[in-house]
Structures are given as structure tokens and as C-alpha cells.
Design a protein around this ligand. Structure first.
Ligand code: AMP
Ligand code: TRP
Length: 337
């Protein structure tokens, strides 16, 4: 692998619908970039998606949606692997073993569980609680070393490191690598367009809070126009965005889309109001997303091809995971004839 870095990338996106600009800028765009440097495995993680109930038809259509987004964004399936998780049973097998390695105290600290379970955590599924052990398992069943994610996944990756270290320690074998999070780019935490203090999220009931990968050009323009702001002009120095979360978020999105730095955005728009900035941002968002969306729609019109592509990706993933899960089972003491 000349010119490539040592290591194997693994990452995943949940098929829970409403794939949005945060998923693209925080994760999928980085997945595409990393493929020139590493061997990459990108998974559609539907075992995670059912930790909160979803109608079966939506699980399958959302799975195709994430696969189509990976492809439309530019992931090369000849060199790299795209598949849906449930086709490779080794993920769930290793997850069980990791459930026996991870400590309750570790899982109790996971902030995403607290957010997702809400006030009534007695009613959350056991799967939602154990989800970070499954996430560790799917990375480590390939001995993945680097994991590109948005900022919100950092804590789960620290847990994956703790699980790997404890497994290696308990069984006195150097089996699993300590994964490195790759939190890259200017938009590792894109905020809601309606509230600069909460993350842009698939599950926000307000559609105006996010730009979906499926939004058409007019919808993108309308959502940016309606995005919450304050009545000030944009500052010419980054310090002037302090205490202005909505303005900071829109500037951050512009920066990430234009692949530039904050000083150049504020150099261009400092002193101007949102009446000037928002149309420029809308134009940039449309210019970046439109070609991906066209390809995305084309792929979604042919579900049969997507399914067979996921099937052959899963075959290749299984070939990598099978010897690793066999090694782990032997280490743990499970008999195989
Ligand atoms: P999820 O939507 O939870 O399946 O997330 C898929 C990927 O997108 C993960 O790497 C997340 O960290 C990333 N992500 C999700 N929401 C955002 C956001 N608002 N800003 C940046 N990255 C995000
Ligand atoms: N938990 C991640 C999220 O909610 C998605 C995910 C599942 C993932 N498994 C993963 C990310 C493995 C990276 C590696 O965004």
C-alpha cells in the first residue's frame, strides 16, 4: 500500500432517517477524504438504529438511504467496503463478549444515553444502554485503528479504548488496538438552525432545525433564510461571535462548506448583516450539496443495486471479521471443533 498510512478506518452512521448537513460535514465528507490514506470500512449500523423502535419498512429504506449517501458523497466501493451491519454476525458476537468486559460504572457515565433516554430511563431499552459496547465491538472486530466521527462520539470512543485495554489486560494478550478518534474539519459539531445551543440532529421534531441531505434547492434556501439569528451585523474578529451561538454556527457552516478559515469568512462578511450573509451561505450550501443529492436520488431509484452492493460489501467484511472473532473466541476459552 504505497503512500498509505498504517491502520484501518472503521466508522458507521445509524439509519434513523433525516440524514443532515451535520452528518455530512462532521462525518461522511471526512470518510471520503480518508479513503486516499487508509483502508476503510464504512458501515450502516442498523443494530444501533433499533435501540429506539422504528417501523421495519423504515429500517430498510433508511439503510439504503445511508448507503446511497456514502456512495453519492464519493466513497469508492472497489477499494473500500460499504455494508450493513446485521449481515455480519460477528459484530453482535463480540458485543456480547464486550458486555462482559465493560463495567456498569463506565456505561453509566455515557452522556448520549442520558440524552436519548430522557427523564424516564426505566423505559429505555437495554440495547440503548449497552449500545456503546456494540460500537466498540464493530470497530474492534476489524481491529480498526482510526475512527472518523463528529465531536458527539468522542466519549464512546474513549469507552472503546477502555474496553480494548481491559480485554487485553484480563486475557494477557495484545489483541485489540487502542482506537484513535479522528474529529476533523471546521464542523465537528453543527448546531440546530433554530437553537444554537443544541446539536443539529436527525431526531429533532422541527424540520426547520436541519438541512436534510434530501432537501431540494428551494427548501435549503428557505431553511437558511428562516434560521434563527440576532439583529447585529457579523463581526470582523472571531471574538465578536462570543455569546452569539446562532451567528457562530452559521459562520462555522460557511467555513466548513467553503473549506476556509474563520478570518477569511469574517474578512469577507464582517460588518454586513444576515440579509447579505444568508443568501451567500444558501448559495454555497446548494452548490456543495446539489451534485451529491442528484447522485443520491439516482441511487435511491434503484434499491436492487444498492442491496446487492451491500451484500457484496458484507461478504468482504465477513472475510475480515471471521478470523478475528475466531481468535477472540479461542482466547476467551470457547471450544471449536
Ligand atoms: P448519527 O446521526 O448519530 O448516526 O451520526 C453519524 C455521524 O455524524 C457521527 O460520526 C456523528 O458524530 C456525526 N454527527 C451527527 N450529528 C452531527 C452534528 N450535528 N455535527 C457534526 N457531526 C455530527
Ligand atoms: N454511535 C454513532 C452515532 O450515533 C454511530 C456509530 C455506530 C459509529 N457504530 C460506530 C461510529 C462505529 C463510529 C464507529 O453517531
Amino acid at each position: 500500500m504505497i503512500g498509505k498510512k498504517e491502520g484501518r478506518i472503521f466508522s458507521g452512521v445509524q439509519p434513523t432517517g433525516n440524514l443532515h448537513l451535520g452528518n455530512y460535514l462532521g462525518a461522511i465528507r471526512n470518510f471520503v477524504r480518508l479513503q486516499s490514506q487508509y483502508e476503510c470500512i464504512y458501515c450502516v449500523v442498523e443494530l444501533h438504529a433499533i435501540t429506539q423502535w422504528q417501523p421495519p419498512t423504515e429500517v430498510s429504506s433508511n439503510t439504503r438511504e445511508v448507503a446511497a449517501a456514502y456512495l453519492a458523497a464519493g466513497i469508492e466501493v472497489k477499494q473500500h467496503i460499504i455494508f450493513n451491519q446485521s449481515q455480519v454476525t460477528a459484530h453482535a458476537e463480540l458485543a456480547w463478549i464486550f458486555n462482559c468486559v465493560a463495567r456498569l460504572g463506565w456505561l453509566d457515565r455515557m452522556t448520549q444515553f442520558k440524552e436519548k433516554a430522557g427523564k424516564d430511563k426505566e423505559r429505555a431499552s437495554a440495547g440503548l444502554y449497552a449500545y456503546p459496547t456494540l460500537m466498540a465491538a464493530e470497530i474492534l472486530v476489524y481491529k480498526g485503528t482510526h475512527v472518523p466521527v463528529g465531536e458527539d462520539q468522542k466519549q464512546h470512543l474513549e469507552l472503546a479504548r477502555d474496553i480494548a485495554a481491559k480485554f487485553n489486560h484480563d486475557y494477557k494478550r495484545d489483541v485489540f488496538p487502542l482506537v484513535e478518534p479522528l474529529i476533523l474539519g471546521a464542523a465537528t459539531r453543527v448546531m440546530s438552525l433554530k437553537d444554537g445551543s443544541s446539536k443539529m440532529s436527525k431526531s429533532d421534531s422541527a424540520d426547520l432545525s436541519r438541512i436534510n441531505m434530501t432537501d431540494d434547492v428551494d427548501t435549503i434556501a428557505r431553511k437558511i433564510k428562516k434560521a434563527k439569528t440576532d439583529s447585529d451585523v457579523l463581526p470582523s474578529e472571531p471574538g465578536g461571535l462570543k455569546g452569539r451561538p446562532e451567528a457562530a454556527n452559521l459562520v462555522g457552516i460557511y467555513m466548513a462548506l467553503a473549506e476556509t478559515d474563520i478570518n477569511s469568512v469574517l474578512g469577507q462578511f464582517g460588518g454586513q448583516g444576515f440579509g447579505v450573509f444568508k443568501p451567500a451561505l444558501a448559495e454555497l450550501a446548494i452548490e456543495t450539496l446539489a451534485p451529491i443529492q442528484t447522485e443520491f436520488r439516482r441511487l435511491m431509484n434503484d434499491p436492487g443495486s444498492l442491496d446487492s452492493l451491500l451484500g457484496s460489501g458484507a461478504d468482504r467484511a465477513r472475510a475480515l471479521a471471521d478470523p478475528i472473532i475466531a481468535e477472540v473466541k479461542e482466547i476467551v476459552g470457547f471450544i471449536r471443533p
